[in-house]
Design a protein around this ligand. Sequence first.
Ligand code: XMP
Length: 519
Amino acid sequence: MQFQINKEKILIIDFGSQVTKLIARRIRELGVYSEVITPKDLTKLKKFNDIKGFIFSGGPSTVTSLKFQSVPKEIFEKKIPVFGICYGLQLIAKLFGGKIKPSKKKREFGRAILLKKNNSLLIKNYLISKKSVWMSHEDAVVKLPKNFKVIAYTRDSKLTIIENEKKKIYGVQFHPEVTHTDNGKQIFKNFLFSICKIKKSWSVSSQKIRLISEIKKTVKKDKVICALSGGVDSSVVALLINKAIKRNLICVMVDTGLMRKNEFNYTYRLFKKKYKLNIKLIDASKIFLKRLKNISNPEKKRKIIGNLFINIFERESKKYKDIKFLAQGTLYPDIIESRSSTGSRTSKIKSHHNVGGLPRKMKLKLVEPLKEFFKDEVRILGKSLGLVNKINFKHPFPGPGLGIRILGNITMERVRILQEADYIYINELIKNGLYNKIWQAYAALLPIKTVGVMGDARTYENICLLRAVTSEDGMTADYFSFPKNFIDNISNKIINNVRGVNRVVYDITSKPPSTIELE
Ligand code: XMP
């Protein structure tokens, strides 16, 4: 359990919801320090002095089963406010004698209208009469626990917000942490400042000096190796460590050949010339293509790319003496996720490649200066380290790169086609002032060809799929609504300039049910 002592905090108990980390994020955004722990961690907790509030997350379990994830009942006797969300509400209701039913017929997924019944500190400046909220539940509380009051309801669930004002216990059935809930942040504001009465004490920029001095203290005179990709996380890690230990940081850039057009060379030159980093470049594009030949299964591709990367990086690192540390751009959400996969139940959707296998294989100690931060906080750090906007505000890019955006077989020709199409698409977004309004955008090649007609002749070419989503953490996402003139022109621009594409389609699916990447 990672835990900062002597720091006023809110503890989030994670019951395995896919969006628990968003709760922590909302709280950080409000200038309050929070940590996510498992229900098991909670049972081991001895001191409660600095804890100003508990939040119980949602989760896939059901309190209607005989064995369900719970918390020690003494938690409620400590005069520390408690706020339950979704499963968290159901758990509170169950522990206080309410009744919960698996509501097979009246499941609520997606948008619902919340209606007010009573006043409460929790809904101050939030719920005047009705609000649009985001629901995702099958079970529902059908009988109010003793000494609790109903604050709000929806058409399908009569007990959507409940409270026990005296004991300062609150519960909501919907998810105020997701952006689809209109102004959900106000609910957290009310819980933190009106109910828990915690003070603001968290800001990212004040952490830079502490991080640099911690790196110096940990690494001392030893060498650190770092895989630099040119994404925000590895770039900020490299700049931070470089500030602390200069030439003792060795950055390795592995060119998989699956990066965007020109991106690899740009990153190399920038970090070598502008930031004066000690960088070793490895061109491995041919071997990646060779290993991926005729592989079209997404998980197989992910594994091949991840393992090959690790082997190449490990081989390179052996050429250096005295390397004791491996630097990684692990973020706080990664910590929550890896921990919750053992602590509580979060379903695995894809095998992510973010050089996660390296430390085990290389037996090096880890330096992970970003492990307390969320992505947007990393960008604040990046800015304060002088990282150029082009990298600091770059859209996320997956570890396996274009390998999972070329559906079906990956060939040099298909990589070229995709790089060209993606280059045009991204540049058009920038030119039209849309890039920064979109969380992530990319082009992909579908695994089928279609017939077209160009210059009076039949063509049989690739379909280029465009994706653009708005999101906050990649956990949930909505497709971006393009202005009509953009969507009218982009297809022609791509087809006229990229040989090998005769059709362009736009993906209009949200996440869930889709994911952001196609594979
Ligand atoms: P999905 O497709 O799961 O993606 O909705 C969510 C976010 O994660 C990125 N992504 C990855 N990032 N290694 C990474 O570092 C990976 O293997 C990987 N796969 C997906 C994706 O681009 C999106 O931002």
